[in-house]
Design a binder for this molecule. Structure first.
Ligand code: 5AD
Ligand code: SF4
Length: 445
């Protein structure tokens, strides 16, 4: 009997999507830990499975549906096991989810995440599935910003705002994450201080649109001012943030990239397209020229800044000429890295009303051309770093080789090197030996 109870308290959690979901998964695990749950990496041994989902593109959704399909036998083996679906697809589909995947017990939207333990109890008591997808609950929104319990964590994600009011014509985020809300600055600073006291050396401030922090309920603090306050936290070495909207990148924030501070020399600045005509259809609120101006300003303040981006190919009406403008913008900016995607129509968004008229093969071809160019640019930049000295914050064992360590430069480049595990959590001086397309190899000096 005891063993069965112990198994019930093992949770297996799988995360899809962005850093907001990564953070939500940490929070769910921490909430469950308070109820006596422990995490397992083995599906078969779990009494509870949580799938934290993403609905940004159709492909992300298909992955989740096929994953859930494969979990049917796990549920059938023991009906007291619980399967929860959280995140953006849960929000998007709500009740419909239960009709589509009948072995799901709980559908939990991002706005009700903090109710997870209470809802699981309720599902067990009433013995039927529940759906909780209220996005506008303000009570509880910022509560339980629990961080993972394990010590030795060097970097941490800290939520500063949630939601998005931009309504880009292709994007589902405003519908699944709700309106923009900023977290009180005092709470953010407190959290960073607590993390640093536990040994964290680097924080990444996260939100769908961090540079509109404070526009709503920010109590008079804008994002640049929030950075200034976090800069003051003694013992913190590095600050990063993600994601910013180019339209809201104002000089006060650009100014914070002046070298010498804790803010790392990297900005993720999704451009989406290099064609002003397409940008207008996307509802982005800036032109190609305005984007390039902002990049030029960033580079003049911080010549070494790494700029990464997101790009959509095959947006409705994108001509060869529009696409070539994206390629030329990529060449001009020389992005350090980019994430590129084929346009995928999302339910309820304005772009679904436009004709999805770029043929599938053409979308694939454009994606390949774009990614080839990006790979060349990144490889060239990384090669250019060979022989240079860099400080790396060592995060842990390398993902590829267990006997190596890995960390990142201030410019967010992944660096692998051989060294003793005592270096984890430390800033280490390394010489870059080899520049690869997606990472660097280095040696300890
Ligand atoms: N189709 C393709 N890509 C999309 N993105 C967002 N919505 C869509 C869509 N409907 C991309 C954007 C965004 C990134 C997170 O995902 O590039 O910046
Ligand atoms: Fe995916 Fe967007 Fe939700 Fe992140 S916020 S999980 S990218 S749909």
């Amino acid at each position: 009997m005891k063993d069965i109870d112990a198994q019930k308290k093992l949770v297996y959690l799988e995360t899809y999507g962005c850093q907001m979901n990564d953070r939500d998964s940490e929070r769910m695990l921490a909430l469950l830990a308070k109820q006596g749950y422990r995490e397992t990496k083995e599906v078969g041994s779990a009494g509870l499975i949580v799938i934290n989902t993403c609905s940004i593109r159709q492909k992300a959704e298909q992955k989740v549906y096929s994953r859930l399909g494969r979990l049917k036998s796990w549920k059938q083996e023991d009906k007291t096991r619980l399967l929860a679906v959280a995140g953006c697809m849960a929000q998007q589909e709500g009740e419909r989810f239960l009709r589509r995947v009948r072995h799901v017990d709980l559908v939990l939207g991002p706005g009700e995440l903090f109710r997870l333990p209470e809802l699981l109890k309720e599902v067990e008591e009433i013995r039927r599935p529940l759906v909780a997808t209220d996005l506008d609950k303000d009570e509880g929104r910022w509560q339980d910003q629990l961080q993972p319990e394990h010590s030795g964590q060097v970097t941490a994600l800290v939520t500063v705002m949630e939601g998005c009011d931009n309504y880009c014509s292709y994007c589902i985020v405003p519908y699944v994450r709700g309106r923009e809300r900023s977290r009180p600055a005092d709470e953010i600073v407190d959290e960073v201080e607590r993390l640093v006291a536990k040994g964290v050396r680097e924080v990444t401030l996260i939100g769908q649109n961090v540079n509109s922090y404070g526009k709503k309920n920010g109590a008079g603090t804008n994002f640049a001012q929030l950075l200034d306050r976090i800069e003051q936290v003694a013992g913190l070495e590095r600050i990063r943030f993600i994601t910013s909207h180019p339209r809201d990148l104002f000089p006060d924030l650009t100014e914070r990239f002046r070298p010498g501070g804790k803010l790392c020399e990297h900005i993720h600045l999704p451009v989406q397209s290099g064609s002003t005509r397409v940008l207008k259809l996307m509802g982005r609120g800036y032109t190609r020229e305005e984007y390039l101006e902002k990049v030029a300003r960033l580079k003049s303040i911080c010549p070494d800044i790494a700029i990464t981006t997101d790009i959509i190919v095959g947006f409705p009406g994108e001509s060869e000429e529009d696409f070539e403008q994206t390629l030329s913008l990529m060449e001009e900016v020389k992005f350090d890295n980019s994430f590129s995607f084929k346009f995928s129509p999302r339910p309820g968004t304005r772009a679904t009303k436009m004709a999805d008229d770029v043929a599938a093969e053409l979308k694939t071809e454009r994606l390949i051309r774009l990614q080839r160019l990006q790979r060349d640019l990144a490889e060239k930049k990384n090669r250019g770093l060979e022989g240079r000295i860099r400080y790396i914050l060592v995060e842990g064992p390398s993902k590829k080789k267990a006997d190596e360590l890995c960390g990142r430069t201030r410019c967010n480049r992944v660096v692998n090197f051989v060294g003793p595990s005592t270096l984890i959590g430390k800033l280490v001086k390394l010489r870059i030996e080899t520049g690869l397309p997606n990472s660097l190899r280095a040696s300890v000096i």
